[in-house]
Design a protein around this ligand. Structure first.
Ligand code: NAG
Ligand code: NAG
Ligand code: NAG
Ligand code: NAG
Ligand code: NAG
Ligand code: NAG
Ligand code: NAG
Length: 340
């Protein structure tokens, strides 16, 4: 017991020491809450013109993101949609990495029309995972916005062929309209995509340091919102989702663009972050993304270190085995939360 106590004090001292190494930090950092809450913004800024999408975001959605209003008495069916990200020829790689994209489908009983809703990167996955190192900018530059896209039509073939199209729920038009209002708010305040989930280990009760914020998290958030409204879910299938993990000891806060890369920043730390990201320019193709993932794996195993960008701030992760993993695990549909 005494020994454990000593170790704890020792750990706390080390933590204090490493915080001091990064200059004066506000005291709130010392009572860090884990996982670090994903930051909400009061509005979504326009993407920087440097970020240019190869594929237009949400090409068939309405330009202002409006969601059609349903009649209160309508019945709306809800579909769970999932398909592999790499539908195109990937040979063995696709089988090895079960990387799926998730979305939600709706069908109005009154009009017979159907709709797809998904949340994804404005500039593709590579740009949300690796920054650009630009000669004219001190700090690494991220094109990492993600957003919700709502459009008419469910492409049955696309989802059914190698994925899932399954009815999981039903709600009234009034409930749909309430959900639509919430989607608009969620879309305005949650603006960036986060690829990684960071936790201590792959075991059943890990400490989670950071949660991802991606297409499947959007689907879970929406399901939870619906469950809170009293909508119930059932599925005949196992509901598995892709997650991309980093495994590390307790992260330490490093700083933001100003405090690290500004005039008063620590040059050693600044160049170490750039050196870390040097080999991983945002890849153009999904194949390049996989190659970068394999490269980052080798590097992380060698250096046991990772700089995570979360909430537009950098954190240092003391990495540990198994370092990086892509899983395809079950996350059950929500149960109804009865209103008090
Ligand atoms: C990633 O961002 C860069 C910089 O804006 C851009 O040139 C590139 O087209 C983006 N990649 C994709 C796949 O959109
Ligand atoms: C979400 O925000 C994006 C980016 O501004 C926009 O293109 C899209 O239409 C919005 N989606 C919804 C459903 O409001
Ligand atoms: C959605 O509508 C299209 C076009 O009417 C139809 O082909 C498709 O089967 C519908 N899908 C669902 C899941 O309702
Ligand atoms: C996708 O589905 C098609 C047709 O069902 C099948 O021929 C093909 O092998 C599948 N591809 C993969 C990568 O599973
Ligand atoms: C970085 O953090 C400092 C100190 O907390 C803050 O004053 C500054 O506005 C932040 N800069 C950016 C770009 O967020
Ligand atoms: C910069 O940070 C490194 C690593 O934390 C530290 O060893 C070094 O003393 C710092 N340099 C200055 C000038 O603060
Ligand atoms: C789905 O997840 C469960 C439990 O997390 C796992 O046992 C199963 O193998 C997964 N299914 C697939 C197809 O990977």
């Amino acid at each position: 017991m005494k020994r454990l106590h000593l170790i704890l004090i020792w750990t706390v001292c080390l933590a204090e020491w490493s915080l001091q190494a990064f200059g004066d930090l506000d005291t709130t950092r010392r009572q860090q809450k884990w996982p670090v809450p994903y930051r909400r913004f009061d509005h979504r800024p326009k993407a920087d013109p440097y970020c240019q999408a190869v594929y237009q975001f949400c090409p068939t959605g309405s330009p202002d993101g409006s969601i059609p209003v349903m009649k209160d008495a309508d019945f709306i069916e809800v579909f769970r949609l999932q398909a592999p990200v790499w539908e195109f020829k990937y040979g063995g790689l696709l089988g090895r990495f079960h990387i799926m994209h998730d979305a939600i489908g709706f069908r109005s009983t009154l009009s017979g029309r159907n709709y797809t809703m998904e949340w994804y990167e404005l500039f593709q996955l590579g740009n949300c995972t690796f920054p650009h190192l630009r000669a004219e900018a001190e700090a690494p530059f991220w094109c990492n916005q993600g957003a919700a896209c709502f459009f008419e039509e469910i492409d049955d073939q696309h989802w059914k062929q190698n994925g899932t199209l399954e009815k999981v729920s039903e709600m009234t038009g009034a409930q749909f309209n309430e959900m639509a209002k919430w989607i608009r708010e969620d879309n305005e305040t949650g603006i960036y995509y986060e690829t990684w989930t960071v936790q201590t280990d792959p075991g059943p009760n890990p400490a989670v340091w950071f949660d991802s914020y991606d297409c499947s998290q959007f689907v879970h958030r929406t399901y939870r919102k619906l469950a809170d409204m009293g909508v119930s879910f059932t599925s005949q299938l196992q509901t598995n989702y892709t997650r991309i993990f980093l495994y590390s000891g307790e992260p330490s806060f490093v700083g933001n663009d100003t405090t690290i890369f500004g005039a008063a920043g620590n040059k050693t730390v600044a160049s170490d972050i750039k050196r870390f990201y040097q080999p991983f320019r945002p890849p153009q193709s999904t194949k390049d993304f996989l190659i970068s993932l394999l490269e980052i794996y080798e590097r992380v195993v060698l250096e046991k270190s990772f700089y995570l960008y979360y909430n537009y701030e950098y954190w240092h992760l003391p990495m540990k085995p198994p370092y990086i993993r892509i899983t395809y695990e079950e996350i059950p549909l929500p149960h109804i939360h009865k209103k008090p």
